[in-house]
Design a protein. Structure first.
Ligand SMILES: [Zn+2]
Length: 313
């Protein structure tokens, strides 16, 4: 079974701890080459996320993390860098693991469109507009004022649409979410969010939001953050995650769901899903509950179709 994963924060860990080796099994690193390889992950998105411990986040910090991505991940002999649809298909036929470079939160771009376009030149192909709080462009989901886009943020959306950078709504405020649907015409992705109906956390999406993504031919990456899966009790199990799959299928999203683990961005885990190498446990659970063609779509096929349609030619 092939797998694609829409979100991880391994670059953040590699940035903060230069001793971590992407080529080794490291206790501290959920996503590493041996683990991806063991599990059958064929494509992994790597997010540039400047953690709150960085006092004055700047474009230079983004460049440092992109440098780490190129030096430690994309240049690994078993990995290949995906910038367009042809790269995606080449990764499949080469047997290498494809890496897609993403940005989580535009905060450090500080409204600079030259910097935004430079990210495209450096290979960033998917951008999460906010992290949890407000930035110059838009509010995140935990910002108490619950605002939408600024004028500069709206201009940025036009630029993203023109360049062909995919927009990610995970972490975005609800007002921002609905404004985005007015202002931006292309398919939209939520790389790491679950269903609010089943687990009412602000990071999860309402049925109306999920349906809007599905109707827009978008993609929802269900995430392994345990408290986004099941709020009422621990341990959270893989069977709890499957309920989110059923819910999205009931909303008509069977061809628009996949996974976005958030590995290396979490300090708690679903039972049996401690790192990328544990994807086998999900495969087993899926195979017990769905047809093989569905399992293939959830793990890989839906992401594949979304990426081949929405990455640049
Ligand atoms: Zn996140």
């Amino acid at each position: 079974m092939r797998i694609m994963d829409g979100h991880c924060d391994a670059l953040t860990k590699l940035y903060h701890n230069p001793k971590l080796d992407f080529d080794k099994v490291e206790l501290e690193l959920d996503v590493s080459f041996p683990r991806l390889s063991k599990a059958g992950v064929k494509v992994q998105c790597f997010a540039v996320y400047l953690s709150e411990s960085i006092a004055n986040p700047s474009f230079d910090h983004i460049l440092q993390m992109i440098d780490i991505f190129h030096r430690k991940v994309a240049s690994h002999p078993g990995m290949t860098f995906i910038r367009n649809a042809a790269d995606f298909q080449a990764a499949e036929s080469s047997g290498q693991i494809g890496a897609i470079l993403t940005l989580e939160g535009v905060d450090a771009l500080a409204g600079n469109m030259v910097h935004l376009r430079s990210l495209y030149y450096l290979g960033v192909r998917l951008i999460g507009l906010s992290w949890n709080y407000a930035n110059w462009a838009v509010d995140g989901v935990m910002e108490p004022r619950k605002g939408g886009f600024t004028l500069k943020g709206k201009r940025m959306l036009k630029e993203l649409e023109t360049m062909g950078i995919i927009v990610d709504v995970s972490h975005l405020s609800e007002k921002g979410f609905w404004e985005l649907f007015e202002l931006y015409g292309k398919p939209i992705v939520a790389t790491h969010s679950n269903c609010a109906r089943l687990c009412p956390h602000p990071r999860n999406l309402s049925d109306e939001q999920l349906t809007a993504i599905i109707k827009r031919q978008g993609q929802i990456g269900l995430t392994f953050v345990p408290y986004f899966v099941e709020a009422a009790r621990t341990p959270v199990r893989i069977s709890d995650l499957l309920k989110h799959i059923d819910h999205i299928c009931a909303l008509g999203g069977e061809e628009h769901l996949g996974f976005g683990s958030d590995f290396d961005g979490i300090a708690q885990w679903i039972e049996g899903l401690r790192h990328s190498g544990d994807y086998q446990n999900i495969i087993e659970a899926l195979c017990q509950n769905y047809r093989e063609s569905q399992v293939e779509r959830f793990l890989y096929g839906n992401w594949r179709k979304f990426m081949l349609t929405n990455l640049p030619r």
